[in-house]
Design a protein around this ligand. Structure first.
Ligand SMILES: [Mg+2]
Length: 291
């Protein structure tokens, strides 16, 4: 389906103010008018998204798959739940934050535990963008820049990833931003303590902090006095429009299955840099940072 047709279809379906599609279009139209905001020699930190960026897949999809394995036609129930949520997000009838809270509640009801998180990690491990990790390691070492993982997903999962990366290639993040869950003695999820989402607000009695506000908090807490032009944000775009608007960004495009937002972002050059997902991710990022 052509981009225009796909857009029309989605817009027609959405018709709702505040939907991501509408939002991204507003940004896209404005973005090219702005001046270049990034100066590589002033780089102080790299903020990197996890699902779809560090991994070529989404850990919440794998978690739902694991906990809802019942086959319905050709899919698992988990996959259907996931697809339905993504569609609701794109159509504007559900926010990413609501989906996160709902998804966690569904997992919790199935007794989701730390052991399950480990299983999910093993499942997504083959989808690691190794070249991107090597890139981050190089930037941390050569530019002395802080590398911050920022995810809507579980911080615990981010820590598991970090342990694995440290064991395998000696790389550690300087900090991790992510949603936090409380576990009981058996290691089962009780509830969400902190939700990192798109917008700071309260949803169904749960406090949500946006990725951007969580980042601001972290900088303050660590006494890292960086301005936004000194921070580079790397993402696959999905759900990260607010951050792309606010700081220099690299959009990694998903070659096999780009979603609508990615397609729009790429065509209209929403991010400052577009990195194509192929064998040369490290080379492409190196060029942006080191010239
Ligand atoms: Mg992502």
């Amino acid at each position: 389906m052509g981009l225009k047709k796909a857009l029309q279809k989605r817009m027609h379906k959405a018709k709702l103010a505040g939907s991501i599609v509408k939002d991204s279009l507003v940004v896209n139209v404005k973005r090219p008018l702005k001046k270049r905001r990034f100066y590589a020699n002033e780089l102080k930190a790299v903020v990197v998204d996890m699902d779809g960026t560090i991994f070529r897949t989404d850990s919440s999809l794998e978690a739902l798959n694991l906990m809802f394995p019942e086959k319905i036609r050709d899919s698992t129930a988990g996959e259907l739940i996931y697809r339905k949520m993504i569609n609701s997000i794109i159509e504007g009838t559900m926010s990413i934050d609501e989906a996160m809270i709902k998804g966690t509640a569904l997992l919790k009801n199935r007794g989701f535990s730390i052991t399950d998180i480990k299983t999910v990690f093993e499942k997504v491990k083959p989808y690691l963008r190794t070249e991107l990790i090597e890139s981050l390691k190089e930037i941390q070492k050569e530019k002395n820049a802080k590398i911050i993982l920022a995810t809507f997903s579980s911080k615990k999962f981010g820590e598991m990833l970090e342990d694995y990366l440290f064991e395998s290639i000696g790389f550690r993040f300087d900090s991790i931003i992510g949603s936090e869950m409380e576990f009981n003695e058996e290691g089962k999820v009780i509830h969400l303590i902190k939700v990192v989402g798109m917008e700071s607000r309260e949803v169904e009695g749960k406090k949500i902090i946006s990725k951007f506000d969580a980042l601001q908090e972290l900088l303050k807490e660590k006494n890292w006095e960086f301005n936004l032009n000194q921070i580079l944000f790397i993402t696959d775009g999905y759900g990260d429009i607010e951050l792309i608007k606010k700081m220099p960004s690299i959009l990694i495009t998903n070659k096999e299955n780009p979603d609508l937002i990615q397609t729009v972002s790429t065509r209209l050059r929403m991010a400052d840099f577009i990195v194509k997902d192929d064998e040369k991710v490290k080379e492409q990022i190196h060029k942006i940072i080191f010239g």
